[in-house]
Design a binder for this molecule. Structure first.
Ligand code: TYD
Ligand code: MG
Length: 454
């Protein structure tokens, strides 16, 4: 095949040049020229303009789609994050730090999908077939319909897809794939963009569900300038702490479901295991009588989870008071401390504060305010809270406790885990008769709540 012509396009102004230039002669921007394949313009009849036999405007009501079309992966934590299963012809990008477990997850998913009738083509540019086999043995994957293909050349991969006609395609990873028509180096922006566009094409035209692994670069974005996120259907981040076994799969973009869903896994010797009740893990190591510890019911997408918030308040020895947070928003903590000072007369300006959400989660919804305040006051007063009570509520600047969403689900989850008492905003208007198994205390202001609790 004749080598396709390529050109360089300025990402800022769209200026086109046949050569690579450091600085765009049109807008003056530096390092913005990215290589692209020049698609020949068909001068006869441009098919996309004239022959529209395969796509016509149609009535919304006439479009057929039923939820059954989604395929369950057999891993329910992943299905939840995807919005109920894999949509045929969709492209899912799974990003994460190297070594977090992306290949492990996708190999397990491939094994499951292949077992339930689909044909899976697992393309790896990072490991050889025998290395993948070794891993598959450890993960006890025996599916017959799983094909391995250690390859990085996109034209070979294209041919393999045309020949094998898989239902599912896994590309591990996008950064190792090479579009031979481009002169740019493997892993460069031009390559990654071309490869992703190509995979998107394959997904849409052939109805193949594609999973693409993308390594996160130092800056935190997938493949640098977030170039892939807008191109694909779904973006999932696999995160967690390399020092802990827990991994969280988080959806940040989903054309076929809600975002902010999380799935939890535990990395073991035999691969990733689903964690179906994360609350138990987050509360597992909690000390019963510790001071500075309060439990909150926080929503992660549609799922309530109970998390312990810890705080340590100690007098500042010199200089300005320090505020340090892990898994919580720094500014929010400062606001709550200011409110406690002004509205509840708790003198915190000469105290250092350290706050932490345990279990490696990040909490950033307003409903955690009340639990943060209680953890702070508990440490300040050196008085522990009852181990079977928890808190939900947003705190306003005048010290009022504000309504939160999805309160019924939060209360149910607390009751399910054996909590006896939950403090909720009085404005939420809960009918206590709906929840006989837990005592519900409606609270109005932070000052009164502190008097009630301590
Ligand atoms: P991997 O899936 O290769 O990460 P990624 O593709 O995101 O770079 O996961 C690698 C880590 O997972 C490695 O440090 C070893 C660990 N691991 C286990 O603990 N148990 C297992 O069964 C497997 C396969 C991996
Ligand atoms: Mg890998």
């Amino acid at each position: 095949m004749a080598k396709a012509k390529t050109r360089y396009i300025c990402q800022t102004c769209g200026y086109v040049s046949p050569q690579m230039l450091g600085r765009c002669p049109n807008c003056g921007a530096w390092n913005q020229m990215v290589e692209e394949i020049e698609r020949p313009v068909n001068t006869k009849a441009t098919p996309s303009r004239t022959s529209v036999s395969h796509s016509q405007p149609m009535k919304l009501n006439a479009v057929q789609f039923d939820e059954q079309q989604r395929h369950q992966t057999g891993i329910s934590e992943l299905d939840r994050v995807l919005g109920g299963g894999v949509v045929p012809g969709s492209l899912v990008l799974i990003g994460g730090d190297p070594g977090i477990g992306k290949s492990t997850l996708l190999l397990q998913v491939s094994g499951q999908l292949a077992q339930t009738g689909g044909k899976v083509l697992y393309v790896s540019g990072e490991e050889s077939a025998s290395q993948i086999k070794l891993r598959a043995n450890r993960l006890q994957i025996t599916a017959d319909n799983l094909y391995l293909y250690p390859e990085t050349d996109m034209s070979a991969i294209r041919d393999a897809i045309a020949e094998q006609k898989p239902n599912y395609l896994v590309i591990d990873s996008v950064q190792t794939m090479n579009e031979p028509e481009l002169a740019s180096a493997i892993g460069s922006v031009a390559q990654i963009r071309e490869v992703t566009a190509e995979l998107m094409n394959i997904a849409k035209q052939q109805g193949v569900s594609v999973f693409v692994v993308g390594h996160v670069t130092k800056g935190g974005a997938i493949a640098g300038p977030k170039i892939l996120e807008h191109m694909v259907d779904t973006v999932l981040y696999f995160e967690g702490d390399l020092h802990h076994n827990y991994r969280i799969l988080r959806s940040v973009k989903n054309r076929f479901g809600s975002t902010n869903e999380i799935g939890m896994f535990e990395m073991n010797n035999d691969g990733l295991r689903e964690v179906t009740n994360p609350s138990e893990i987050f509360l597992e190591e909690r000390l019963a009588q510790a001071t500075g510890s309060a439990v909150v019911v926080s929503m992660e997408g549609t799922r309530p989870i109970l998390v312990e918030i810890q705080s340590l308040i100690s007098p500042t020895l010199y200089g300005n008071a320090k505020r340090t947070t892990t898994g919580l928003d720094h500014n929010r903590v400062s606001v709550i401390m200011a409110v406690l000072e002004k509205r509840a007369n708790i003198l915190l300006q000469n105290q250092d504060a350290y706050l932490k959400a345990t279990g490696g989660v990040r909490l950033n919804e307003p409903a955690i305010d009340l639990a943060m305040a209680m953890a702070i006051v508990s440490s300040y007063k050196d008085q522990g809270l009852a181990p079977d009570e928890c808190f939900v509520g947003e705190i306003g600047l005048t010290g009022e406790i504000r309504r939160v969403n999805l309160i019924e689900q939060r209360i149910k989850e607390a009751a399910k885990l054996g909590f006896q008492k939950i403090y909720v905003p009085a404005n939420n208007d809960i009918d206590v008769h709906d929840f006989p198994e837990i005592q519900i205390v409606g609270v109005k202001t932070i000052g009164k709540t502190i008097k009630q609790v301590f």
